[in-house]
Ligand binder design. Structure first.
Ligand code: MN
Length: 159
């Protein structure tokens, strides 16, 4: 009887050890899939913004894409895309605004379509950073036309 108990206890311990060895995901939450990238020129952005190229434009796909990481408070200038742009928010909380419309708060997992030739900007929120993937289709029509910076008043125009 004593021998049987030891066998049972040993078996339970082995199972527990096995389960523990498999449970290696508990404290390893991944926040960013891609590297942070290169600091973007301040000609087109306010604050620290980092860009990682992911989709090289070519004659077959005529599509450009990458990920942009905006530190809290940073944002793009006003700009437009001749063929539009798709944003996929990969981390954090940010803002997106089409000229003449209210600022839209965007969160990780949101997908935003910017129509062709519409002035808009995108960036982080005041208090949290934001990363998004951008996809620019039909690049034979052009990729981006940069305009003036988003002023602090425009940026804080959120209600
Ligand atoms: Mn854009």
């Amino acid at each position: 009887m004593r021998y049987l108990n030891i066998k049972i206890i040993a078996s339970v311990m082995l199972v527990a050890m096995f389960l523990t060895s498999c449970d290696n995901t508990t404290n390893t939450e991944v926040e960013h899939v891609f590297e942070k990238g290169q600091l973007a020129p301040d000609d087109f952005f306010t604050g620290n913004v980092y860009v990682t190229g992911l989709i090289d434009n070519d004659s077959i796909f005529t599509t450009a894409g990458g990920e942009v990481y905006f530190e809290a408070g940073s944002r793009s200038n006003w700009h437009s895309h001749p063929a539009g742009q798709i944003l996929i928010v990969t981390a954090g909380v940010g803002y997106h605004q089409i000229k003449g419309e209210p600022i839209e708060v965007i969160h990780k997992g949101d997908v935003v379509k910017c129509p062709p030739d519409v002035d808009h900007w995108h960036g982080a929120s005041k208090d949290a950073s934001m990363s998004h993937i951008y996809i620019v289709p039909n690049t034979e029509k052009g990729i981006v036309e940069w305009k003036e910076p988003v002023t602090d008043e425009q940026y804080t125009g959120i209600n």
